[in-house]
Write a protein that binds this ligand. Sequence first.
Ligand code: NAP
Length: 246
Amino acid sequence: MAVALITGASQGIGECIAKRLAKDGYDIAINYYPTENDRAKAVKVAEACSELGARAEIFPADVSDFTQCADMVKAVKDAFGSLDALVNNAGITKDTLLTLMSEEQYDQVIAVNQKSVFNMMKPAIKLMMKQKKGAIVNMASVAGLYGNPGQINYAASKAAIIGMTKTAAKEVGARNIRVNAVAPGLIKTPMTDVLTDEQKGKIFERIALKRFGEVEEIASVVSFLLSDSASYITGQTIEISGGLEM
Ligand code: NAP
């Protein structure tokens, strides 16, 4: 059975990806941020994946921590025997205008959103190279493609992920490992629940499809990119935004 590890999978897009990949037939490793609250949510996601026929286990780790990520990849390999698919989904926002942003707000977002992708890809790709196959999807954002006022930290982290995706794809393509990214627009999750109606309204006006996205609409593209149906696609960033920018 192929094994998929999804970071930040206790809620939102990550939770939905875990369930979708369980339906696809993967065994599922669910990463969650190490708090009691997130653990309880991760247990529920694991139960849902089990009901869909997958073997599912939970793995606590702060993905901004290099050592915790290496240990988690090893723990997944020890538990399941392999790691075939990795989804670097975990992310945070600390929004405010550039002139008001603290160094801490900037550094935190870079550490959780961007450095985590290095922290996770390094041990995962080493393992996938030994296995002679693997697929990775990194979670970027339209903010990384086009910029977004109030998100200098977030836009930097997500633009970096696009460059990291292309670089890793070029480094490991010959090893039968594919690395792609998705760039969602505004998707209904706990992360975007905190936006004001005014903020949501401004984004809504720019969306060609005139609605916000659903988590399932991200999970289906991730599922495709990890599958053999996408066997000749690597280094790409697929925008999933209902036509926010064209
Ligand atoms: P979410 O509901 O806030 O979920 C993010 C998950 O990541 C949470 O479970 C969170 O745990 C976890 N996480 C945060 N920091 C972590 C860390 N250091 N280690 C491990 N896990 C950590 O957000 P979402 O909307 O599903 O977003 C998922 C991904 O999609 C993110 O990368 C986000 O940037 C990206 N994205 C989302 C949208 C959107 O419109 N929703 C658009 C573009 C891109 P806690 O709850 O404990 O923080």
